[in-house]
Design a protein around this ligand. Structure first.
Ligand code: ADP
Length: 597
């Protein structure tokens, strides 16, 4: 719906641009319909260029006057919401301001940014402009000048606008505190916005409605088992006990979750997702952003926290660097929600040499800043060498294929067309199993029925990473697998499901439907860095623990920046549960601290 509104708005803007231009538009590449006026740099007119973005075609409409790039509008309705859409919004004004295509890409939205630059370049080239001669215009004021400083005084400073930070900020504001959120990227969302699966919770009304006899005990046990019992059990229990309430809270702020499915390592269906199995990350992030806006919460983008200031053993402020300003935040409490370090190659290598050179599914902001900032003021860290790879990542694009695809019935086959492991075992084990196959990759195989049940599949199709064929033999040929083998593998799998037999690899979940409705689909996958389980030590009140074992006064942390909850391996659906549960607890604890200390 939102995407449709954006699309309509862009069409209206483009129509306005076209109407407001006195010259006739020139369709990409055609000879301009007007001649340059004497002495003008450009041939005035409206020009269009196209390029291929992350999710489909991007069109740029550029209006030139005699001597200026008057306006640039980009249109790319299929770019990822809250990621590519930010580049669509931010890059055209930047090109207008700099009067050049030599602009920085928007961090976190590189593919879309490059496509916008390419489309604008095509439009300018069709106008006869040599873009290499358009040197960027730097505003006079920024040349070599020191950045101005802004002081902000608030009760609580939240560092990081991913799921944990947004949750904490909304709850802190609801408790009556004044809040500022610092986010180093140009957009909110972090890894959270990329979450496609769902949120695990036990004892929810939806489970009860569907007759699922889940329990907090079972949730704790699955999480501990999945984490190889390295987990901090008190944190796990806190997460499980508060999980149903997290679902109720999301509902109360406008994000109801009505779909249930299995995730890897879960005994019961407890992964809650939006209607139709839509990706959870973008869904909750839109809700968070709406709440941040309607509650008037101050959020500063492009603002990187670099230091927490302590005064007489208590947190007293934060130093941050913005694009146009330096910041000094005076606050009584800090909630650290900077996410993990899955996008920091050096840090990954430092803690696990075997993972050097791995691709990552992580947002570029996941560089472990919060861990370093907290260590600087004495915080303890735990489980730093516990780094999870996600088994099903398309390697060219680093797009992670959600566990729900397997949860809804997809199988994994190797290059011989054979299954080789329980696809819904834990991530570390499935990753290892794939790495042991010839070529160290596998194919996810599924059918039309699964596509219809899981809207996340549409985004993979839009990104052009899915092979599609009318029957399994054709699909096998397309992916260079022996057709007879693939046909017999799927037939055996279907037989196990229809006869409710014992699976060859002891798979027991995600077996509700056969793979039998054409067309058939395949996605080539291999493991990539996905989640860093280690991080800052916290207790069940989300207080950050120092190396001497005591809480640091006024410092709280939630989400992937923390360590201990997930042990040696995080099970699917637990990251979102972690951020909502501990984001809320961090806000509650900070509120109590501020009101009582
Ligand atoms: P979680 O929800 O588990 O906290 P996310 O990865 O979703 O993790 O969000 C973390 C957010 O913190 C990201 O948006 C990231 O860009 C932001 N971030 C990381 N380091 C800093 C920093 N030094 N200053 C401000 N924001 C940061």
């Amino acid at each position: 719906m939102k995407r449709r509104i954006v699309a309509i708005a862009m069409i209206v803007i483009m129509a306005f641009v076209l109407m407001s231009c006195s010259k006739k538009p020139n369709e990409g590449g055609a000879t301009p319909s007007v001649t340059p006026s004497a002495g003008g740099r450009f041939t005035p007119g409206t020009y269009e260029g196209k390029a291929s973005g992350y999710g489909g075609e991007i069109t740029a409409t550029v209006v030139l006057t005699n001597d200026r790039i008057e306006s640039v509008v980009a249109f790319g309705p299929n770019e990822t919401e809250n990621i590519g859409s930010i580049a669509i919004r931010d890059l055209p004004p930047e090109i207008e301001q700099k009067q050049s295509v030599q602009v920085d890409t928007v961090s976190g939205a590189t593919t879309t940014s490059k496509a916008i630059i390419e489309a604008v370049t095509a439009a300018l080239t069709s106008a006869g402009v040599d873009v290499s001669k358009l040197a960027p215009v730097e505003p006079e004021a920024t040349k070599g000048a020191a950045l101005p400083e802004e002081m902000i005084a608030v009760d609580v400073c939240v560092i990081g606008a991913g799921g944990a930070g947004m949750t904490a900020a909304i709850e802190a504001k609801a408790a009556g505190l004044s809040v500022v959120i610092l986010e180093k990227m140009p957009m909110a969302g972090g890894n959270t916005v990329k979450a496609t699966g769902g949120i695990n919770a036990a004892n929810t009304p939806l489970q009860k409605e569907l007759g699922i006899a889940d329990s907090v005990e079972s949730f704790v046990e699955d999480t501990m088992k999945g984490g190889n019992y390295l987990n901090n059990e008190a944190l796990v229990r806190t997460m499980a006990e508060n999980s149903a309430d997290a679902i109720a809270w999301l509902d109360s702020i406008g994000a109801p979750l009505s779909t249930l499915s299995f995730s890897g390592g879960a005994t019961f269906k407890r992964m809650h997702a939006p209607e139709g199995g839509a990706p959870i990350g973008n869904y909750i992030m839109n809700t968070f952003l709406n709440n941040i806006e309607s509650n008037g919460i101050d959020i500063r983008y492009n603002t990187k926290a670099t230091k927490i200031i302590m005064d007489q053993g208590k947190v007293s402020g934060v130093i941050a660097k913005g694009k146009e300003k330096d910041y000094k935040i005076a606050c009584e409490a800090v909630i650290l929600a900077t996410g993990g370090f899955g996008a920091n190659e050096a840090m990954i290598e430092e803690y696990d040499k075997k993972l050097a050179g791995y691709k990552t599914t992580n947002a570029p902001g996941a560089t472990g800043d919060g861990i370093v900032i907290a260590q600087d003021i004495g915080a303890n860290v735990v489980d730093m060498d516990q780094i999870q790879t996600h088994p099903t990542v398309e390697q060219e694009t680093s797009i992670m294929i959600t566990e729900s695809v397997r949860g809804q019935g997809a199988i994994l086959v190797n290059r011989n067309g054979e299954r080789f492991y329980n696809e819904l075992s834990t991530r570390n084990l499935v990753s290892n199993a794939i790495l042991q196959q010839e070529g160290s990759y596998a194919y996810l195989i599924f059918d039309q029925q699964l596509r219809e049940n899981l809207s996340a599949v549409e985004s993979y199709i839009n990104a052009d990473i899915v092979k599609e064929a009318n029957n399994l033999s054709e699909l096998a040929n397309d992916i260079n697998v022996d057709p007879d083998k693939l046909v017999s593998t799927v037939a055996n799998w279907n037989k196990t499901i229809t006869e409710k037999g014992q699976d060859l690899y002891n798979r027991t979940t995600g077996m509700d439907t056969t793979i039998s409705k054409a067309p058939y689909y395949a996605i080539k996958v291999a493991p990539a860095i996905h989640h860093t389980m280690g991080g800052v030590e916290i207790n069940t009140k989300a207080e950050v623990i120092s190396t001497d074992g005591k809480p640091i006064n006024g410092l709280y942390a939630a989400g992937e920046v923390t360590g201990g909850i997930h042990g040696a391996n995080r099970i699917g659906g637990n990251a979102v549960c972690d951020i909502v549960v501990f984001g809320r607890i961090a806000a509650k604890s900070a509120t109590e601290y501020i009101k009582t200390h």
